[in-house]
Design a protein around this ligand. Sequence first.
Ligand code: IZC
Ligand code: ZN
Length: 435
Amino acid sequence: MKRIDLLVTGIGCLVTPPGNVPRCGQQMKEVHVITDAAVAIREGRIVSFGPAKEVLDLLADVEIAETIDVGGRMVTPGLVDPHTHLVHGGSREHELALKRSDVSYLDILAQGGGILNTVQNTRAASEQELYDKARRSLNEMLLNGVTTVEAKSGYGLTLEDELKQLRVAKRLNDTHPVEIVSTFMGAHAVPLAYKGCAEEYVDFIVNEMVPKVAEEELAEFCDVFCEKGVFSIEQSRRILLKGKEFGLLPKIHADEIKPLGGAELAGEIGAISAEHLLAATDKGFAAMAEHRVIPVLLPGTSFNLGLAKHARARDMIDTYELPVALATDYNPGSCPTESIQLIMMLASLNLKMTPEEILTACTINAANALGRGRDIGSIAVGKRADLTIFDAPNLAYLPYHFGINHTFGVIKNGSVIVWNRTIVTKEAGKEEAAL
Ligand code: IZC
Ligand code: ZN
């Protein structure tokens, strides 16, 4: 071995799911735990990890540029948040009272509020304003231990405004140490200009928006809010297949409120993931299992909407052997939180997932929901050195001691970017000082 750029020592316990591929069913519980561990990093990638003694023996004659001691803390792969609506203008705290007086999410939308309120604010905001706001949220996510974030458009709903949101996401990716993965979601709501003419808006999405987004290489994925009163199964199919034709892999907000059959559609068209799934049926789960669709569950949303119903994570894992992933769904309406650790607690409380399953869901399965399982999502030789350092003695401690941030430090691409709960560097291989 040649030189090592960074040696991370003093790891009380290193916990990681193994490998690159989605971990299904009972595999989700199988995580590797190594006590008194070390990780060696070169050029942003992991070159060795394991019991500290073994790693140090291997490095006996190797030049080590920098060593950090994490003081006995727990280290996991950097967390991955595979479903957010990161870039948007404004906020919707005025909807809180409506929600608490039992006006439903879909009724607020039907009355021109909800998503459409954020559309107004996003259109009115400059790129710089959207960038500054999203960057603050991204810093929160980073301080929570997240190293890769998916970001959807869908608050523009005109070609120019959708491109504006996607360009902001691209600029964030270029300038902030956290990696941003972009999803085009022009089919988030039917804009007021097309009220009563949803089909014409769908024509516009498939004929104008999808080709332009693909041509400008502004997104990797295409998503649709497939829901009663929003986009139908037929409309969702049309949009997602057109996206696929243009190289945008399908994702779908499926069966969140009504069981429309979004999970079945996800199977049929070979979506990479289907999200929410509170109302999904057994037939839907079977279709997802057959076509290897990753369920991305968002327990913060059902919590914040005050729903009694939760996604059937146990059935998905135990019966259908699906590779469940978790995400914040950070958005200004149904889930205004950047905290992935709150989501981890809710996955324990309401989805009855074990701490091991939760880690797998927030790392390797989430990475695969973004098509990045070979690069991130586990601690393995050759993968990116994205690590989260927790002030916690073990995995179960995270959902147990709830409501606070346990992240002490974060390493992204081999650079220490959070230390002692503070963002510490302007580097990490990005063009411009971000922080
Ligand atoms: O702004 O309400 N569910 N889209 C679908 C959202 C929630 C985001 C929002
Ligand atoms: Zn969403």
